[in-house]
Design a binder for this molecule. Structure first.
Ligand SMILES: [Zn+2]
Length: 99
């Protein structure tokens, strides 16, 4: 379940560490960012291991971000677009309730 994966991803976030957003290259607190990874050419919510990257709140709000992330990683398929948009929507909803 995507909802559960996103919820669990909050547990990996440190409250003090800063990370760079892949879209705007600004640094933010890890705990305020969305953490994603790529598995078998598919965008996924970070699940605790493997390489990952971060997206900040501001960039998550911008519709262009999905395309930028997927294009720069050569993952711009319709499936990944739908998946990433869904992750962002759920993440925004969950982080609103959490913070
Ligand atoms: Zn950003």
């Amino acid at each position: 379940m995507l909802e559960v994966k996103i919820y669990n991803s909050f547990k990996f976030a440190s409250l003090k560490t800063q990370r760079m957003c892949v879209v705007c290259r600004q640094k933010y607190l890890q705990s305020t960012m969305m953490r994603l990874c790529v598995k078998n050419e598919k965008i996924e919510v970070f699940c605790g291991f493997g390489r990952s990257f971060y997206l900040c709140k501001e960039c998550a709000d911008k519709p262009k971000s999905v395309e930028r992330i997927l294009k720069s990683r050569k993952l711009n398929t319709q499936e990944n677009q739908i998946q990433l948009k869904e992750i962002i929507t759920l993440w925004q909803y969950q982080s609103k309730n959490l913070h």
